[in-house]
Ligand binder design. Structure first.
Ligand code: RI2
Length: 300
């Protein structure tokens, strides 16, 4: 099961920073339940599982924070049963917290979306859509403009989900973002990682969206659970930007001699972000390090 989950994360069959974190927690739980060796073997198996999962995709810190949370008490376990129980319990705890967090962000985020607003979004973020759908359910007359998000087209998932929920939605190409920003009242996007300085790392193109928003004086709201904040960045570590297969952009055989690049994410500086909506409340990007200190384990 763990190998299957790892492969699905790599191929993006399971995708979205929150989803991959929950899938990793569940895979560790499955691995723990299936293990039938001794305590020493169990610890080794969990170490291997940890490595395999962290090897899948490098950018979303949600994955690392999930793994860290699930395995946090393993070192104190004295018997195999204790070791197994702590992994299972902490995995369940993470998944439940994560699901609740997305709902809570929906409520806090919806409050930020004015009645009558046109919301512009990029990629597909469950946390952002939770806010948008909650605003719609609350009776606000909103509409959404969604960028298709080359090369994987997660914008298609967004427009289908919103349309199914009854939210009026328009699909645009990424290059039309600046044009459509003129009619937007708010930008709502997700995050894969929030750095200690408040920079947010999200699907490539998000920083362009944020720049266009700044030019048009449209506020940018990021919806991100606290486990998307990165403890490592407190010490200045940079967030690794995943570079995916060039074949996702174009067939290299059709362009001999051409280098094709496919960075999956980019970083939006904190000055272009107006608010980050977390399940613990709404914070300014400049408070990101407080979130890390307060809510994330082993952040020192
Ligand atoms: P939720 C996604 O990454 C997008 O960048 C999206 O904005 C972010 O994760 C957060 O998604 P990818 O897996 O956790 O599509 O809000 O590369 O669903």
């Amino acid at each position: 099961m763990l190998e299957e989950t790892a492969r699905k994360i790599e191929t993006m069959e399971i995708r979205g920073a929150g989803s991959i974190a929950r899938a990793a927690a569940q895979a560790l739980k499955g691995e723990a339940e299936a293990h039938d060796g001794d305590l020493h073997g169990f610890r080794d198996a969990m170490d291997d599982a940890r490595e395999r999962l962290l090897d899948t995709r490098p950018t979303a810190v949600s994955l690392e924070n999930a793994v860290r949370h699930v395995l946090a008490d393993l070192k104190d376990a004295e018997t195999l049963d204790e070791a197994r129980n702590t992994v299972v319990e902490r995995a369940d705890e993470f998944v439940e917290h994560s699901r609740e967090a997305v709902k809570t962000i929906g409520e806090y985020g919806a409050n930020r979306i004015p009645d009558g607003a046109t919301v512009l979004t990029h990629c597909h973020s469950s946390a952002s859509l939770s806010a948008i759908e909650t605003a719609h359910r609350d009776g606000k007359e909103i509409e959404v403009v969604a960028a298709e998000t080359r090369p994987r087209m997660q914008g298609h998932i967004t427009v289908r989900q919103l349309s199914d929920a009854g939210v009026p939605v328009t699909l645009i190409v990424d290059g039309a973002v600046r044009l459509f920003m003129k009619q937007a009242d708010i930008v709502v996007v997700g995050a894969d990682t929030v750095a200690a300085n408040g920079a947010q790392i999200n699907k490539v193109g998000t920083s362009t969206v944020a720049l266009c928003a700044r030019e048009a004086r449209v506020p940018v709201v990021v919806c991100a659970e606290t486990y998307k904040f990165s403890p490592d960045t407190v010490h200045g570590e940079l967030v690794e930007i995943e570079e995916r297969d060039p074949g996702e952009v174009a067939d290299p055989e059709e362009f001999p001699g051409v280098e094709i690049r496919n960075p999956a994410f980019d970083a939006t500086p904190p000055r272009y972000v107006d608010a980050i909506v977390t399940e613990r409340g709404v914070v300014s990007p400049h408070e990101a390090h407080h979130v890390i200190e307060k809510y994330l384990e082993d952040s020192g």
